[in-house]
Write a protein that binds this ligand. Structure first.
Ligand code: PLP
Length: 289
């Protein structure tokens, strides 16, 4: 049952035309391949002060994901209209998470992809983690750092709907008293979080792992690095190990909706952020006010 006090919005594209639908009514078929196979792609965007953030970068990544899954290219202007229709009238004082979802369509029934959007308030726990940080567990993803580059069916770099493994890893970490996960490869390199990019500071340099390990290209990391360079930081894409993260001045998991969450412990060992998190929030225009 949907809590009728929450502002919720659901929209869809029908023949490329956006329409809003009743959020309490089903918006997709029980035969949808997104539902029965997780066969599709998605994006999560932040709506803050009434505006959709980073739409262009998210639509570009969505196009890349579609290509990797062999799906038809998303119609950028139709998706932009749908996003605008969803955000129109959203209360500016409420931060929202806008999800754009495109599935391969219906199982056994030829037809167009299913194109849906939802907008809901950002969870209070997510906002708390942005403010107060997160403890993380280091967990193996079970692949070597070069495997996804040579095995395109593993969908490295695509934001597919198949997030059951990511969710299971988060539950595993939560059962052990942490709030998030850093995945590592079987050869011991840091990859990414289940829903975030790993960024760390050492000296006046921000670092992140390279994309050739099959991690998702984070729009928040890209935005942060561009702004940080203007602010005098050096930015580096480099392979790293857990030991490097432990030795860093600060570590964050960054993503569109939560922004930068400072890592406050790694496998139970507390760590600091050298007082840098407010500057990172400022660079991301996520200051509290
Ligand atoms: N890596 C993964 C696996 C993700 O799912 C996400 C976002 O959901 C990110 C990184 C961060 O991407 P962005 O900063 O574009 O939200």
């Amino acid at each position: 049952m949907i809590d009728s006090d929450l502002p919720l919005v659901v929209g869809r594209l029908l023949d490329g035309v956006p329409e809003l639908v009743d959020p309490r009514q089903p918006a997709a078929s029980a035969f949808d391949l997104g539902l029965v196979r997780g066969d599709g792609i998605f994006e999560s965007l932040l709506v803050r002060h009434g505006g959709v953030r980073g739409l262009s970068a998210h639509l570009s990544r969505m196009a890349g994901s579609a290509e990797r899954l062999g799906m038809q290219a998303p119609d950028r202007s139709a998706w932009a209209s749908l996003a605008a229709a969803c955000a129109d009238g959203w209360p500016p004082e409420v931060e929202g998470v806008l999800k754009l979802v495109m599935t391969r369509g219906l199982e056994g029934i030829p037809g167009p992809p299913t194109c849906l959007a939802t907008l809901a308030p950002v969870a209070q726990e997510t906002l708390r983690q942005r403010r107060e940080g997160i403890g993380v567990r280091i967990l193996s993803l079970g692949v070597a750092s070069d495997e996804r580059a040579r095995s395109p069916w593993l969908l490295g770099g695509a934001k597919s709907l198949s997030y059951a493994v990511n969710e299971a890893a988060l539950r595993h970490a939560e059962a052990e008293g942490a709030q998030d996960v850093v995945f590592v490869s079987t050869d011991g390199l840091v990859l990414e979080g289940p829903t975030s990019t790993v960024v760390w500071a050492a000296g006046r340099a921000l670092h992140t792992p390279p994309l050739d390990s099959g991690i998702l290209a984070g729009t928040t990391q890209a935005d942060l690095f561009e702004r940080a360079e203007h602010d005098g930081w050096t930015t580096v894409c480099v392979q790293t190990t857990t030991a490097d993260l432990i030795a860093a001045d600060a570590v964050w998991l960054v993503s569109s909706v939560r922004g930068a969450a400072a890592v406050t412990s790694i496998d139970g060992a507390p760590r600091g952020d050298a007082g840098l998190t407010p500057s990172v929030h400022h660079l991301l225009d996520l200051d509290d006010h």
